[in-house]
Design a protein around this ligand. Structure first.
Ligand code: ZN
Ligand code: ZN
Length: 339
């Protein structure tokens, strides 16, 4: 008999071990939190970096997943922002203290005491999860659960990365053409940019994928594009791409690193940075990024190319991501499971 107080979850017991299907108690929402019945959860490169021990201090054991689409099922004390049955999205930034200097400046993405979903607290590779209601986003109705999930990290943090390229960008390079890139290139194209997509040398499938999703040109990451770039976005976790991107970027241009983890950047001659080129990173997201992005995405409209997996195959989804076999976004679909 099925216990009404437990749920199925894919659990990371320890770093470098495969996720395991487990039966866990359904969490109780704390003050200001909502309990969500999870409908879909995106699978992100960051989930891989966590499982592979590349990020400092995940809670263990841990339920991964920070691109959660869920239905509000219960309320913790004081939670009143949403109604029962409302659909919301939960992103990577699950909470911020609101009091540190960064939060006071409106940069909650740089909070000194952040709570990251599926990292410090359990995330969405489970039938239920709890979330701080202030950091949830209402989702545009035009998106299905599965389509909305990848927007919550690949879309949102990709969008912040894109915005950091600044104004006056006509030619935009994108290094690493996966989930984030294929969403952001649709916005960039909508805003009239010319897009140059760079993939692992020889990766024909990824280059064709890029051309299908708005890129004007696609080529190997060690090749110079036919015109110099006003800005380059790097989504692949490969430090050497910073150097390649600098070579391709014009005077005064900017190279934006969009990932949470990257291998070391090799040393390079100062002449590549000279002439006011800029290298910068992007960390996490703000509430404002989310509001802007979810207002803009349906207008473009941004459409994710999605591959779905049932919950018990979450480890397979991570494996496909690790090997680079996956094009587009991987999403765990809970609706195929028994209700
Ligand atoms: Zn992510
Ligand atoms: Zn803070």
């Amino acid at each position: 008999m099925i216990n009404p107080h437990t749920m199925r979850a894919m659990l990371l017991d320890a770093l470098h071990t495969p996720l395991r299907l487990a039966e866990l108690p359904i969490p109780a929402p704390g003050p200001g939190q909502v309990l969500l019945k999870v409908r879909a959860c995106g699978v992100c490169h960051t989930d891989l970096h966590i499982a592979d021990g590349e990020l400092a201090e995940p809670k263990l054991p841990l339920v991964l997943g920070h691109q959660i689409v869920g239905i509000v099922a219960e309320f913790g004390p004081g939670a009143s922002r949403f109604r029962t049955g409302e659909r919301v999205g939960v992103p990577w930034l699950g909470s911020a203290d609101g009091t540190c200097p960064a939060c006071q400046r409106g940069q909650e993405n740089l909070c000194d005491h952040p709570v990251f979903t599926g990292y410090h607290v359990d995330g969405g590779f489970a039938e239920y999860t709890v979330a701080d209601e202030r950091f949830c986003f209402p989702l545009p109705e035009t998106y299905s659960d599965i389509e909305a999930a990848p927007l919550l990290c690949a879309g949102l943090i990709g969008y912040r990365t894109y915005r950091m390229a600044g104004e006056n960008v006509e030619t935009l390079g994108i290094y690493g053409f996966g989930a984030a890139a294929h969403l952001i290139s649709q916005i960039a194209r909508y805003e009239g940019k010319r897009i140059y997509a760079f993939t692992r040398p020889g990766d024909q499938a990824a280059q064709e994928f890029a051309l299908r999703h708005g890129a004007n040109w696609a080529g190997d990451s060690n090749v110079q594009p036919p015109e110099s770039l006003d800005a380059a976005l790097i989504f692949a976790p490969v430090g050497a791409l910073v150097v390649e991107a600098l070579k391709a970027t014009r005077k005064g241009g900017v190279v934006v690193c969009g990932g949470i983890h990257m291998s070391d950047i090799p040393s390079f001659p100062y002449s590549l940075l000279w002439e006011e080129r800029i290298i910068r990173s992007v960390a996490n997201l703000t509430q404002r990024d989310g509001e802007e992005f979810f207002a803009l995405a349906p207008r473009v409209p941004v459409k994710a190319e999605v591959q779905t997996f049932p919950l018990e195959n979450a480890e397979q989804a991570l494996g496909r991501l690790r090997s680079g076999e996956l094009t587009g976004a991987a999403v765990i679909d809970f609706q195929s499971a028994s209700d």
